[in-house]
Each structure stands twice: as C-alpha cells, then as structure tokens.
Write a protein that binds this ligand. Sequence first.
Ligand SMILES: NC(=O)c1ccc[n+]([C@@H]2O[C@H](COP(=O)([O-])OP(=O)(O)OC[C@H]3O[C@@H](n4cnc5c(N)ncnc54)[C@H](O)[C@@H]3O)[C@@H](O)[C@H]2O)c1
Length: 343
Amino acid sequence: MPDRVYRVAIVGLGRMGSTIDDELPPGTPPMAVAAACRLSPFLAVVAGADIDPAKRAAFQARWGVDALYEDYLEMIRQEEPDLVAICTRGPLHAEMTVGAAEAGAKMIFCEKAMACSMEEADAALAAVSSRGIPFNTGVLRRFNRVYHQARDLIADGAIGEPRTAVHYAGTNLLHGHIHSLDTLSFLLGDPGIVSVWGELLPRELSLDQNRLDSDPNAVYRVEFANGVEATTVPAGTWEFEVLGSRGSVRVLNNGERVLLRQAGDARGRTLREVPVPPVSPHSATQFCLEDLVDAYETGRPSLGNVQLTHHLTEACLAVAESHRQGSRVTLPLANRSLYIHHV
Ligand SMILES: NC(=O)c1ccc[n+]([C@@H]2O[C@H](COP(=O)([O-])OP(=O)(O)OC[C@H]3O[C@@H](n4cnc5c(N)ncnc54)[C@H](O)[C@@H]3O)[C@@H](O)[C@H]2O)c1
C-alpha cells in the first residue's frame, strides 16, 4: 500500500483525459484519467497539456488544475510529474511515449494502441524498457476484475484444458482489435502469440503502399504458444469465451458478469451453469494507474508492461500483414514499416 501521493500529468485533455464519463450511463465507475485519479488515494493530477486553449480552459474549470501547458515536454520538464498519462490520439502515442521517457517520466500510461507501426513500437519499447519505466496502455479489460475472475477460473482448471478462445463483435483493427487480442491473451495467461492469419474488410482493400490512412475492420485467427487457437466472430456484442476440455468461461455483455459452465456428465457432452460470485463495480482506469504505482514501488512488471504490449501490437499489425501477403504470418514481423492509422 503506497504511503505517498504520486503526481500525475495528463497529455491530451479531451475525452479520455477529462470528459468521457459525461457520455456514460449515470453510476458507471470513472473512466477518464482525471476522474480515476480523483478516486485514488495515491494519485493527484497536478498538470495538463493540450494544444487547444479551449481544452486547457475547460480542464482548469472542471478539475481545478492551474498548471496548464501547450507543450507537453515543457510540462514534464517544469512539473517533474511521477506519472505521465498520454491521452492523445493514435499517431502521437509512440512519439509521446518516447518523449515522456526521455524527459524523465517515472511511470507512463499511454492510450491504446501504443503505435501505428512496428518501427514506432520498437522506438517506444527501447525508450521505456531501457529506463525500466512501468508502462500500461488503455486496454481496460485487463484491469477489470470481472476479466480477472474469468482468467483465474481458467488458470485454476475450472474448464479443464483450454482449447479455443473466441471474441465476439465486429470492430476495426488498431482501435478495436488491440483490445480483443489483449483480452484473449490475458484470459489465457499471456502465453505469447506464435502466428496470425488475418483479413481486412472489405477483402479487396489494398496494402500495396504498405500504409492505410484509416483503420479497417478485420477478422483473425491466432495461434498461442500453448497451442490454443483464438478467433474473432465479427458480430454480436463484446463478449469473450474460452472453451476447455471440461467446460467454458464466457464474459457476458462487455464485462457485465462471468458465465461459468462445467461438464454435467463424465463425457462432457452437456454443460451446466455453475454460479460465480458477483464482482463489485470499480474503475478499471484507477486499477490500471494504481497497478503502475505498485509496479514502480515493488519493481514487479506492470500488468500491461511494455514488452507484452509491444508483442500484442505486433500481433495486431500481423493481421494486416497476413491480409497483405494472403497467408498466415509468424511473429516477429519482418515488415516493420507497415503503417495503419488509428484514432
Ligand atoms: N481505453 C478506452 O477504452 C478508450 C476510450 C476512449 C478513447 N480512447 C483512446 O484515447 C485516445 C484519445 O481519444 P479521445 O477520444 O480522448 O480523443 P480527444 O480528441 O477527445 O482528445 C485528444 C486531445 O489531444 C489533444 N492534442 C492533440 N495533439 C496534441 C499535442 N501535440 N499535445 C497535447 N495535446 C494534443 C487534442 O487537442 C484533444 O483535446 C485515443 O487513442 C482513443 O483511442 C480509449
């Protein structure tokens, strides 16, 4: 348990930095970084940076923070925050991660996805890992206790041997599937991804220029190092299911609750629901930021550490590379410059 309050500086004072909770149903636990910090006894927002003067003024009025900057590097140099939270859009994530690391950030939260290409991701990995900086991204299911309950049931053998994992919901590649790949990996205990088959939609989409300036919808099938295959079904609401030799675990309705089903007979031909305890509502953003503090204090890797995030970003970009090549690709990706824009 930390015995001090860590100073947080936010870069990008828009929805995820400041206001996204206005869009969520009343009673939803805080999601914006500023709101999650207010909830935490260990975190205080002391500064913010945004190129838009109106965003700076709105942030000051809403959160009572007076140390506001146009230039995020100037903010880090002047304020020397402990934790820098990068809440700008995708094309700035890797560049700002490198900038924050070089300017002396002790912990970094960066919105997902960490980069638009593996060249960018490699630079962010080098800047963060060489300094031992605890790092997490905004893949918030990894920091949601409902998904932790599902992961723990799977790890404890509640469904026997995991065989297949499925994600449901149509979504785009670097904005959406960075979440789905991260959650599938998390539920399986992050065994590492070996190979990826993918297709961008529409299927005739060309990657001849090795670059897309918009984020395409995509489907994939990935092979994990433990032999489990995971796939995405491009329909339905956000749900995840891991099917094992003796049952299945499914996270329903975008994290509402866990459905555990176990074999009802010796041959496992019928599955019966087994109740699991409800999980109390909580802020995944707060969990994510406090995980950084704990990693900083104890020296353990953060839950979404930079090596893991770099690997899962590579798997995500491999979906596009597989589309480009028309075949399954193995990791690591040879094509480091393939660039997919995302917000
Ligand atoms: N984890 C999640 O579930 C989740 C939810 C929403 C958004 N996001 C992610 O958060 C990121 C931000 O999204 P958003 O919806 O908050 O965007 P937004 O446009 O509302 O906010 C981004 C802010 O960054 C500012 N900005 C742009 N360039 C800047 C610079 N050079 N220096 C400082 N500030 C700069 C903009 O003026 C803007 O205020 C995106 O990557 C998005 O994918 C994640």
